[in-house]
Write a protein that binds this ligand. Structure first.
Ligand code: PRP
Length: 215
């Protein structure tokens, strides 16, 4: 029997994928928050879970390091989606990508005056497309985390980041000034694996599909 490898990231995506795995009869046998292991066994000897950074899930699946994975739409857009079959929007880990600025910063003024906007973000593709469609010139500053600090320290005028409850923005005296897009996590599958391991992958995809809330 060939091994099926599923790539997940720790946190919300892992937690909200557990019920979908249950629908496929799969139980992960270790808690990623307690174990330091990066390969987690499941109750099915031919299915294992690998833990990778959220932004690395598309890459692992693209190159066959994993047969399938669960990736946020944000990560998929930044990756580009090459080599990935994307059969399902899982409707989990929902949030949005938004523009935020320091409370009191005149964002509307800045974007209408035609001046350049300094934007700090991990999501440079999403930000570039969004501001170019608006005709706003930006100086893009690539960051890898703690984007909220950028407007507070003068590194940038605005950030483009994920917003869920809005608590992180509020705690840092930032305000959401534009919503760019809604985000949810998608199931992605390696295109070669889909042919070579068709039966076991189809079984998982179908079980996930039946467990996704419709509408
Ligand atoms: C995201 C995002 C914000 C936070 C927003 O970070 O970068 O910091 O969540 O959530 P809220 O609106 O509910 O406060 P995440 O926890 O995904 O981790 P990260 O910092 O590693 O991206």
């Amino acid at each position: 029997m060939s091994m099926i490898t599923l790539a997940l990231s720790k946190g919300r995506i892992f937690d909200e994928t557990v019920p979908l795995l249950a629908a496929a009869g799969i139980t992960v046998l270790e808690d990623p928050e307690k174990s330091r292991k990066l390969i987690l066994p499941t109750n099915q000897s031919d299915v294992r879970v690998v833990l990778v950074r959220a932004t690395d899930v598309p890459t692992y699946v693209q190159y066959g390091g994993a047969d399938l994975g669960v990736a946020g739409k944000d990560s998929l857009i930044e990756h580009g989606g090459q080599g990935l079959f994307r059969p399902l929007d899982l409707q989990i880990a929902k949030c949005r990508v938004s523009v935020a600025v320091r409370a009191g910063f005149d964002y509307q003024g800045a974007v209408t005056q035609g001046s350049r906007l300094k934007v700090a973000t991990k999501y440079t593709s999403i930000a570039r497309d969004f501001f170019s469609a608006k005709g706003v010139h930006v100086d893009m500053i690539k960051l890898y985390g703690s984007m909220e600090l950028a407007p507070l320290t003068g590194l940038a005028d605005a950030i483009v980041d994920l917003v869920s409850t809005g608590n992180t923005l509020k705690a840092n005296n930032l305000v959401e000034v534009e919503q760019i897009m809604d985000i949810s996590s998608h199931l992605v599958v390696n295109q070669a694996a889909l042919k070579l391991k068709q039966a076991p992958l189809k079984r998982i995809i179908d079980a996930f599909a039946s467990a996704v809330p419709q509408g």
